[in-house]
Write a protein that binds this ligand. Sequence first.
Ligand code: PGA
Length: 249
Amino acid sequence: MKKFICAANWKMNKGPKETEAYFQEFLETTTRDEQAHYVFFTPTVCLGHTAQCLKETNVRWGAQNSYFQDAGAFTGETSPQILSELGANISLLGHSERRHIFGETNEEIHDKVLALQKWNIPVMLCVGETLEERDSGNTDQVIQNQLTMALKDADPSKEIIVAYEPVWAIGTGKVATPEIAEEAHKTLRQTLEKIFDVKKAQEISILYGGSVKAENAKSLHEKDNIDGFLVGGASLKVDSFKGIFKAVK
Ligand code: PGA
């Protein structure tokens, strides 16, 4: 069985001071073994503080987005080269807010995957359909396309994590039922078999994200293809985030 992963996406929340206070509280109550299950995507401006707070721990951390060029005239962007120097050991990519608010395309996400791989930074790639796409029966096609385009030419020897996040479940309190999530995760697993092979597809953790909290985590995690969670709102407080981990243990 794969290691359970509990990843936090803080989005544009918490400055440096709150980041430090959060990690102090988090580390006080988390054993080294437990730490290895957690991942934090903090705001870019807090990554230096995150690095400082989490050094010599087993907690993984990284950026919520990363550009596909190493350096240059790209105002406002952060490169895998800079993230690597900071010590980030994972990066989120293709979150639906990046796709829908900032207009990120599958092609750009693909370039970003390859750029991160070049710098040996593992990728957590988000995919997910809108309500309209689900209602018109296009869920499978949408998530297959997102996955296939993003991972074209990706190096299978590098770690990849996938997060299925139906857009209609993000920040809405409307969590996908375990059955709906499992069906999408199965589709993604089969798509990974086609992109790579059966062995690699089995190795890749597929997380569910969208209104996850302690109350719904257990029934989701009981499904065969749900290997962990990507959590927004409920990750902002140590208690509620750790409650998710406790619920599945
Ligand atoms: P949510 O966000 O848990 O607040 O729904 C999840 C995400 O956007 O990653």
